[in-house]
Design a protein around this ligand. Structure first.
Ligand code: ATP
Length: 295
């Protein structure tokens, strides 16, 4: 497999209506799985489209192995596997027929194409369902077909945009394992707004919000930032609303003796609060200052 160095240099993107979706964003990426995290509207899909050469940055540049992808997108495109957020399949085709069609579009032919289609079907665990109509597939199976089509050209760069949306918990887990198996010497960029999607698999994390990069580093580095900032204590149910007004509450759990709250705060939030080891979800919540509260 070829080299894979993707450098994003002060990239900005302004939509024609004037909305700035990505602002002065820089990243240096190499082999491994990058989890691109951020809330809805953070600019992840816009950045992914730029990296997939489907949109040109309105400022800054992106280089793939040293060459500007806006000046010559072809080297990157030849190395790219892309699963867009709105990936659709042809319901009347079988998985094998659909992949054979896309293999032909990508210039693979004859026995080599058949072999590659078989390889990709087995990489994503769909051999047994290969000849069933896609219309009968579950959401998770369709996403695996999406990954299989992205793998047809054995890409050095695999970009998957919000691939776990609409999947049930078991399908999500399978999908995460699949991406871990596929990483190898590739660069895999996986965007999601769900921390657990990247918790076990990502070798690096980039966090975006409001079009800006808020963090880039290892999951351990993000965790370390939250050390000593996560607290738990038990309060009476009527106190919960007040605590929510004062602090970012990451979780609240009803128990026989009251409500156990988990709070992100630089200072001890309460006399009885005990510091607890942060999870990646806590660290992400601390970074963005808002919580998707777990109950
Ligand atoms: N075609 C467009 N024209 C104008 N603004 C747009 C367009 N597409 C997206 N935006 C805006 O740009 C911002 C970033 O959108 P983007 O889709 O990149 O975010 P995201 O992080 O991928 O979120 P989501 O997961 O909801 O897609 C949002 O505020 C969005 O409303």
């Amino acid at each position: 497999m070829s080299q894979c160095e993707l450098f994003v240099e002060s990239v900005g993107y302004r939509y024609s209506g004037g909305h700035v979706a990505v602002s002065d964003l820089s990243l240096k990426l190499g082999p491994g799985i990058l989890g691109l995290l951020g809330p809805n509207g953070a600019g992840k899909s816009t950045l992914m489209r730029i990296l997939a050469t489907l949109a040109r940055p309105t400022s800054g540049k992106v280089t793939w192995n040293g060459a500007d992808i806006a000046a010559d997108p072809n080297p990157l495109r030849a190395a790219l596997g892309y699963l867009p957020q709105d990936f659709g399949v042809y319901a009347a085709l079988s998985a094998r027929e659909f992949l054979a069609f896309l293999a032909a579009v990508k210039g693979l032919a004859g026995a080599a194409a058949r072999e590659r289609v078989d390889d990709c079907l087995s990489l994503v665990g769909l051999n047994d369902a290969a000849d069933r109509r896609l219309g009968e597939f579950s959401g998770g199976m369709r996403q695996r077909v999406g990954i299989a089509q992205a793998l047809l050209n054995d890409p050095a760069l695999l970009i998957v945009d919000e691939p776990t949306v609409g999947l049930d918990p078991e399908e999500r887990m399978r999908f995460r394992h699949l991406l871990t198996d596929l990483a190898g010497r590739r660069l895999v960029i996986l965007s999601t707004h769900i921390v657990s999607d990247v918790e076990a698999s990502a070798t690096a994390l980039a966090v975006m919000s409001g079009g800006r990069l808020r963090f880039h580093g290892t999951p351990e580095q993000l965790l370390a930032q939250a050390d000593g900032h996560v607290w738990e204590w038990t309060l009476a149910p009527e106190q919960l609303a007040h605590v929510r007004q004062q602090f970012v509450v990451c979780a609240s759990l009803r128990r026989p003796d009251g409500i156990r709250v988990r709070v992100v705060s630089a200072e001890p939030p309460h006399a009885e609060a005990q510091a607890v080891a942060p999870t990646l979800e806590d660290a992400y919540t601390r970074l963005l200052g808002t919580g998707a509260e777990r109950h």
